[in-house]
Design a binder for this molecule. Structure first.
Ligand SMILES: [Zn+2]
Length: 332
């Protein structure tokens, strides 16, 4: 048993309370490798933003859970080295799908876990979430649960259609499970293809797809039921078109990739939405930078020469999100 407190990590409780009261949201960035983690920590340290490092099931399979946890521990020390005196860093399991997985993360130094039982029938979702909460709370580890289903593909989490969260269920669910935060479905979606062209309109000037707006009426109804309760948005990458263009320009093929417009996320961040998950955007930045180097310098074979620029572009992206979308800069 390793306590996250000994690793210098924090859970989400205080972070979320301050974020709701302050009208901003905490960035939750996924990481799988060193360059991504360096970029996240550098951006957070330079902007003094609290941050949630997310490990998905796919990341555990790719990079190994043990290694990722020690990387997060190293990240705390790296943040201090960068001059961030009191780093507010949470290590969070993204989309945990079983009690055993959540328990192993709690036992291993994670400060927060998500149990995603949203695909199960309502009563089974409650029972499994409650079991995880009862275990995690013994160690002051916070728990995110999910109600409603997001469309899209993210590692091993996939669904073809979305089902909005039912506002009439949230009080019962939150009360009976004791969860600390709730991921809801209001039209965000996993991956770089959040909407089909049929779901979108096209901007006549640019020819770009314009996605349908998020269901803010559902969010409002949820907040009315659960005033001040921490709400989480998954699948909230914006799929910046400059990265999509770079990828396509340098030999990639991402036709009609589309995400959530940043002004909608800015609006959400001012509400009880206090955690916004962003993964695809950093994948796009990484790939765009690497493709550019490969195209322009075909003789290059030192990974540092293309992972370095990828890291720089991701750092820029994370800072932009923190300052211009989430508003979490200067809050830690
Ligand atoms: Zn997700």
């Amino acid at each position: 048993m390793v306590s996250y407190k000994d690793l210098g990590l924090v859970n989400t409780r205080e972070m979320f309370k301050k974020a709701i009261n302050g009208g901003y949201a905490i960035p939750a960035f996924n990481f799988n490798n060193m360059e991504q983690l360096q970029a996240i920590i550098k951006a957070s340290a330079e902007t003094k933003s609290p941050v949630i490092l997310q490990v998905s099931k796919g990341a555990r399979n790719y990079a190994n859970q043990t290694l990722l946890r020690y990387m997060a521990q190293g990240a705390v020390e790296y943040a201090k080295e960068l001059g961030w005196e009191n780093p507010q860093i949470c290590l969070h399991l993204d989309h945990g799908d079983s009690f055993e997985l959540c328990k192993s993360c709690v036992d291993f130094g994670f400060s927060s876990v998500m149990i995603d039982a949203s695909a199960l029938p309502y009563e089974e979702n409650i029972a499994l979430t409650k079991k995880v909460v009862e275990y995690a709370h013994q160690y002051d580890v916070t728990v995110e649960a999910e109600l409603g289903v997001l469309a899209g593909v993210e590692d091993e989490v996939a669904s073809e259609v979305s089902h909005y969260t039912k506002p009439e269920e949230v009080v019962d669910f939150a009360t009976r499970t004791g969860c600390d935060s709730l991921a809801i479905s209001i039209g965000t979606s996993h991956g770089a293809y959040k909407f089909t062209p049929e779901q979108c309109t096209r901007d006549p000037k640019t020819g770009r797809l314009v996605p349908p707006p998020l269901a803010f009426d559902v969010l409002d109804a949820i907040m009315e039921q659960l005033p001040g309760f921490p709400i989480v948005l998954h699948g909230s990458s914006s799929v910046p078109q400059e990265y999509v263009d770079m990828i396509n320009q340098y030999g990639g093929k991402l036709p009609d990739a589309v995400g959530i417009p940043e002004e909608q996320l800015r609006k959400a961040a001012k509400s009880a939405v206090c955690k916004i998950n962003i993964d695809s955007d950093s994948r796009l930045a990484f790939t765009a930078a690497v493709r550019k180097v490969f195209a322009e310098k075909p003789a290059e074979f030192d990974p540092r020469k293309y992972c370095g620029p990828a890291r720089d572009l991701m750092t820029e992206l994370y800072k932009h999100k923190i300052i211009n979308v989430l508003g979490s800069d200067g809050k830690a």
